[in-house]
Design a protein around this ligand. Structure first.
Ligand code: PLP
Length: 968
């Protein structure tokens, strides 16, 4: 079978009885040798090579295979990662600074973190098949609102520092005194702020014209040109300040205040909401999320109800469904903040849903009393430590503290040596001060070892420290009185059996990749292989603080450096930064790097960013955040960039042209053949080319961003490179850059990283979300050069197969010059309006057939964008096509005058089907089992369609009692 050998040489091992069970590509790629003749025939080509020839323009096709090693087996990969894990040294890290060791409850680890029912789900845009994760996120929001004492919280942000920057910019947008807005641009930042947060605030402040003023909150005097302030609670080295009078003073001057707070401390401390602050942000990492050498972790963002329309990220809200039953969905314009494009104030798209779900479950499992126990234990440990060291003659600096103390020592050098010998990390503030943070994992014997390090390093004798007085370390005025988490959900599931069943109950309401194909265009919902995921649970990867000395993280360093090199090879670029925690953050990082490049050449005035009309909404939002002015260029009837229009705009703005942002293949799913002409045009006029790499799944091994003439791109590792979507995050959005941009790659203030003229931080952690980088590393390592390329070919094959199976029934809007789609296609649903059918009706009807809808109305309203990926089998592709064709027939049966039809009423719930009355003009069987395959694997949506308008009018974003929203 020669065709097959051409296609996937690895599969040669497959032939006959000799099935090679070690080839990962054969597990990752869904189609097999046997499927090819039929698929190629359906498409109308003789070979895979012909299809690729007809899909990718000749002048950008790679001449050589990827310069990467052969793939390795899953077994080999796992033992490789075991070996690398040994190179990470798991110390007791008391470094703090926003990261703490935590105990992930095993029931959460096994049933969520390691469960594809949770980690392979998509962002809950289709509420009817997402009630489980929506409820888990509502729990998270409620927990955050309660602990911070704020009215409303979102469903997570990327990390604490990013959340702080979002607060700074939100308050900037909301600043009062509009009559002299330009002059009110100063933002006070307490010197107690975490160093990584300060670095990130700098990055974000500069392009917006915000001037940061760092100082001591106790002595600082506001002048008229301040609009806001940011405080850290407790301070970076643990001092607990009473900010009440600062806030009062600021409010009197119409200055808005944000507080970055430690979530666990809020169990014991007065919540900032009680001072009347405007926003509270922070991380929920210490609620059961592994350190993971920096991430991923879920940050939180809480604010006042009155700012609800300005909140970054997504908010889950309560509404009702068609039958009036309680239903959850993403609320307000936060469903798609960046839809506002260049009017957007934030570019957050992917956030940290999986981690927020875990942190919320940690709160559900422990309940308010469990959290109090944990907080008190941590606090008590800290007091014991402080009092013991004081009893031994050391000076403890913090007059009040929750979990962190500062201790004066004679000689940090000696202490550091000894501590590291005993497997302990502290934070060394300066030559004679150390900062030590306690956490829930600290035991009595850990404390003793720690204290003995101090004694030994100062040649002091061991001492009995039995009856220490542990007087209050939190002043009476700062002790929390307000109750929290009183809702039933936080007071019901404290046994493992109960929580296990609660998690399962929610999981059952959701459709994830473990049920069926999720063909979301632009999102690349491919396999997240178990072998890629397994190492995430190992302590040598999970339990590493991001600020440990490099020699303790050699396993990580090897993985991260190799991943950077792998991505350099795949993109054709010179260097990579893994820091950005999402694609949108990558866009922002890439544009900031371009900005720094222009500045370095004395061309800092270049500030025009040209973006095609069809671009993803995050593109213009990121450009604005980077201080650029967006100029929109048209697309022609074929969906390509209108080169004449582009040329006009480039020439007009040549003087100030900073960059073009272009998605390739385009968001229309087409390899535009004029791409090289386009990138040259930009270069000829002094601009740089930013390529949005969300569609990289159509490029890997066949072409690359460097070849098309781009200078920088981001990659969505959570799309192309197998990191699961987690229901809306985590994400990793590294940027890969050409040589001239390399010096400007972002840095970190604590651990050196980035280029030689690095911009300040993009994310809090030096290498972003290191833990999940293991997944992409494994994906590339196991597929190898050939497997990666074959995955791309299979993705293109599958898309074109669907396109041709739907031919004649659904119009595909765009195609390349030779009639081929790339890895996705847009089907037009607008003509069905004549029958009264909207694209949403098709999306909802697909649920009855057991499928998640493709991408709805992006990039063209009234369409579906379908992307099958390489991981789906021919059988699954056929099921999906059968469903679409069956729906097409149902559309024909529908008439505009009669909205009581099977499409308009979709999805159909079990409640409808089993109701004694059935007044629909079609059978129950047609409603629920429209095709025979459905019966054997039926998915039942838990609600009917949600009422968006009702929910937006009556915004409730916490687990309020049911009566409350019904009356609203
Ligand atoms: C997904 C996507 C983005 C944004 O990526 P996030 O990781 O969600 O921030 C940007 N552009 C395109 C074309 C995308 O599909």
């Amino acid at each position: 079978m020669t065709i097959f050998i051409e296609f996937i040489p690895n599969f040669v091992h497959f032939i006959g009885l000799n099935m090679n069970t070690e080839v990962f590509a054969a597990r990752h790629i869904g189609i097999t040798e046997k499927d090819l003749p039929h698929m190629l025939e359906t498409i109308g080509v003789d070979s895979m090579d012909q299809l690729i020839y007809e899909t990718i323009p000749d002048d950008i096709k790679l001449k050589k295979a990827l310069d990467l090693p052969e793939g390795i087996s899953e077994h080999e990969f796992l033992s490789h990662l075991h070996q690398l894990a040994e190179k990470n040294k798991v110390f007791k890290s008391y470094i703090g600074l926003g990261y703490h060791e935590t105990l992930t409850p095993s029931v959460i680890k096994r049933n969520i973190l390691e469960n594809p029912g949770w980690y392979t789900a998509y962002t809950p845009y289709q509420a009817e098949i997402a009630q489980g994760r929506l409820e888990a996120l509502l729990n998270f929001q409620t927990m955050v609102s309660d602990l911070t004492g704020m009215e409303i919280a979102n469903a997570s942000l990327l990390d604490e520092s990013t959340a702080a920057a979002e607060a700074m910019t939100m308050l900037f947008e909301l600043r009062s005194r509009p009559q002299k807005k330009e002059q009110v641009s100063k933002f006070f930042v307490s010197e107690e702020i975490l160093p990584q947060t300060l670095s990130l605030l700098k990055t974000r402040a500069i392009p917006l014209g915000i001037e940061l003023v760092v100082g001591n909150h106790e002595t600082f005097q506001f002048s008229d040109d301040f609009y806001g302030a940011m405080l850290q609670y407790p301070g970076k080295y643990g001092q607990v300040h009473d900010y009440a009078s600062f806030v009062e003073n600021a409010k009197a001057k119409d200055i808005k205040v944000a507080v970055a707070a430690d979530i666990l401390s809020l169990v014991m401390l007065t919540p900032p909401g009680e001072w009347g602050v405007d926003a509270v942000v922070g991380t929920t990492q210490r609620f059961g999320i592994p350190l993971g050498y920096g991430g991923p972790h879920a940050a939180f963002f809480a604010t006042k109800e009155e700012y609800k329309r300005s909140i970054p990220g997504r908010i889950i809200g309560v509404t009702k469904d068609t039958d009036g039953n309680r239903a959850l969905r993403m609320a307000l314009q936060t469903r798609e903040q960046h839809i506002k494009r260049d009017k957007a104030t934030s570019n957050i798209c992917t956030a940290q849903v999986l981690l927020a779900v875990m942190a919320g479950m940690y709160a559900v499992y422990h309940g308010p009393d469990g959290l109090k126990y944990i907080a008190e234990k941590v606090h008590c440990c800290t007091k014991k430590l402080a009092k013991s060291l004081e009893a031994c003659g050391f000076d403890q600096v913090n007059s009040s503290y929750f979990d962190t103390v500062q201790v004066k020592v004679k000689n940090t050098k000696r202490l550091k040596e000894l501590a590291e010998k005993k497997g302990i990390n502290l934070f060394y503030v300066d030559g004679e001060t150390v900062s030590i943070s306690m956490n829930e994992s600290v035991s009595e014997s850990d404390l003793n070892t720690l204290i003995s390090c101090f004694l030994e390093s100062h040649n002091l004798q061991e001492k009995s420290l039995k009856d220490l007085e542990l007087d209050d370390a939190i002043p009476a005025g700062l002790q929390r009185k307000a109750p929290f988490m009183e809702h039933e959900v936080f007071n019901s599931y404290h046994s493992e059996t109960e929580l296990m069943r609660y998690i399962k109950k929610l999981e059952r309401k959701d459709l994830a990749l473990n049920h069926s194909m999720i063909s979301l265009g632009s999102c690349t919902m491919k396999l997240n292989a178990a072998s890629e995921m397994l190492p995430l649970s190992w302590p040598q990867w999970g339990n590493i603080h991001p600020f440990v000395p490099l020699d303790q993280a050699q396993g990580y360093q090897e993985v991260l450096q190799s991943l950077e090199e792998q991505l350099n090879v795949i993109t054709g670029f010179a260097a990579t930064s893994l820091q950005p925690n999402s694609g949108a953050q990558g866009e922002y990082a890439g544009l900031m790097v371009i900005r720094a490049y222009h500045e370095s050449r004395g061309e800092g005035h270049r500030n025009i960013c040209i973006i095609p009309a069809s671009a993803h909404g995050t593109n213009p939002a990121s450009a604005v955040m980077a201080g650029m002015k967006v100029v929109v260029t048209k697309t022609d009837d074929q969906g390509n960039i209108d080169v004449t229009d582009l040329e006009e705009k480039v020439v007009k703005h040549a003087e100030n042209l900073a960059a073009l942002m272009v998605t390739y293949p385009s968001t229309h799913g087409v390899f535009e053949s004029s791409i090289k002409q386009i990138t040259k045009l930009i270069h000829d006029h002094g601009g740089q080319v930013y390529m949005d790499g969300a569609n990289m799944n159509a490029q890997v091994g066949l072409t690359n961003p460097a070849t098309i003439g781009a200078d920088v791109c981001h990659l969505n590792l959570h799309k192309t490179f197998a990191i699961p979507h987690g229901g809306g995050g985590p994400g990793v959005g590294p940027i890969c850059v050409a040589e001239q941009l390399k010096p400007f790659l972002p840095s970190n203030p604590v651990v050196k990283t980035g280029g030689k003229d690095a911009i300040t931080a993009i994310s809090a952690a030096p290498w972003g979300s290191s833990l999940v980088c293991l997944i992409s590393y494994g994906y590339i390592k196991m597929l190898g050069a050939e497997g990666l390329t074959n995955a791309t070919k299979a993705a293109i094959l599958n898309a074109n197969y669907i396109k041709d199976r739907l031919k004649g029934k659904f119009d595909v809007l765009y195609a390349g010059e030779r009639g081929r789609a790339a890895h996705e296609m847009i089907v037009d649903c607008r003509p069905f309006k004549a029958n009264g059918i909207e694209v949403t009706d098709i999306a909802k009807r697909l649920i009855d057939y057991g499928f998640h809808a493709p991408t709805v109305s992006f990039p063209v309203a009234g369409t579906l964008m379908i992307e099958p990926t390489e991981s789906e089998s021919l059988a699954e592709l056929d099921k999906f096509c059968d469903a679409m064709l069956s729906i097409r027939q149902e559309i024909d049966e529908a008439t505009a005058g009669e909205p009581n039809n099977v499409l308009k009423n979709a999805p159909h719930t079990l409640g409808m089907l089993t109701n004694d009355s059935w007044d629909f003009p079609y059978s129950r069987e047609k409603a629920a089992y429209p095709l025979t395959y459905v019966a054997e694997n039926k998915f039942w949506p838990s609600i009917r369609r949600t009422d968006e308008a009702f929910g937006d009018r009556n915004l409730i974003c916490t687990c309020a009692p049911i009566e409350e929203y019904m009356e609203a």
